[in-house]
Ligand binder design. Structure first.
Ligand code: ATP
Ligand code: MG
Length: 249
């Protein structure tokens, strides 16, 4: 079942004198339990695509549909993991999560159990009372993920969430993400520059060119759960890297 559908979307910045079309007539969809990744050169519009879906910036033309209903962008249950964890430094990890629960329809009597369960899912149960500043980068990114998961979104938007982490930490957090995803079957729209990460995580990769057009698409049908070190994944990565970077000017 299609969960998210972006139809004939155009995003234009600027005024009457000078305008920039970040993308024009863009179409994409994500199924209910699908993991879809956007890849493309810097500045091609990946963050803008996530932002229009999240309703952080309006579309110039086109529609966003959720469960086959046209929606005001942002008005459906989504979680957004930004590239940099935007944590509230003056609140504990638990209180950071409580903050987002207050914005949705969760009964305050359930906050405690909810916070514990979501922190356990990302391996941070022991850090509930810690302040963000004493956490490592990987732990902060896990809190970021936990916060997006806490509201039990039907769609998870993730903008290069692991790009600032060292490779060892990134592998752990990627595995956390996949474990959560296997258990909840939510739709994910993920952005990365890293082909190996895209191949390890995705069902489908959408390639965006410098003009913001989706010019190619690859289905990744390696069996799950996947072993990140599986040579077959490396082969796919090499093949897609050639195909993708070979066609970019
Ligand atoms: N508020 C804005 N006003 C005008 N132009 C903007 C605005 N926000 C983004 N842009 C332009 O839109 C284009 C796409 O930006 P966007 O941040 O979506 O790219 P990106 O693909 O996410 O890049 P990166 O990989 O570097 O994160 C860029 O050319 C950028 O300059
Ligand atoms: Mg970006």
């Amino acid at each position: 079942m299609t969960r998210l559908r972006v139809r004939e979307a155009t995003k234009r910045y600027g005024d009457n004198t000078e305008t920039v079309d970040v993308f024009t007539n863009l179409n994409l969809s994500v199924d209910a339990d699908e993991f879809v990744t956007l890849m493309g050169p810097s500045g091609c519009g990946k963050t803008t695509i996530l932002n229009v879906i999240a309703g952080l910036t309006p579309l110039t033309e086109g529609t966003v549909e959720f469960d086959d209903k046209s929606v005001v962008a942002g008005e459906f249950p989504f979680g957004y993991v930004f590239q940099e964890p935007r944590l509230l430094e003056w609140r504990t990890v638990g209180k950071n999560i409580e903050f987002v629960l207050q914005a949705v329809d969760v009964n305050p009597s359930e906050y405690d159990s909810h916070i514990d369960s979501v922190l356990t899912r990302v391996g941070l149960a022991d850090e509930r009372d810690s302040y963000p500043q004493r956490l490592s980068g990987g732990q902060r990114q896990r809190v970021n993920l936990a916060r997006a998961l806490a509201i039990e979104p039907e769609l998870l938007l993730m903008d290069e969430p692991f790009s600032s982490l060292d490779e060892v930490t990134a592998r752990h957090v990627r595995q956390d993400l996949l474990d959560v995803w296997y258990n909840t079957d939510k739709a994910v729209l993920f952005v990365t520059h890293d082909m190996s990460e895209a191949v390890a995580l995705s069902d489908r990769i959408l390639f965006v060119d410098r003009e913001g057009n989706l010019f190619d698409e690859a289905t990744i049908d390696h069996e799950r759960p996947r072993d990140f070190d599986d040579p077959a994944l490396r082969e796919t990565e090499t093949r897609l890297t050639r195909r993708f970077f070979g066609s970019l000017q």
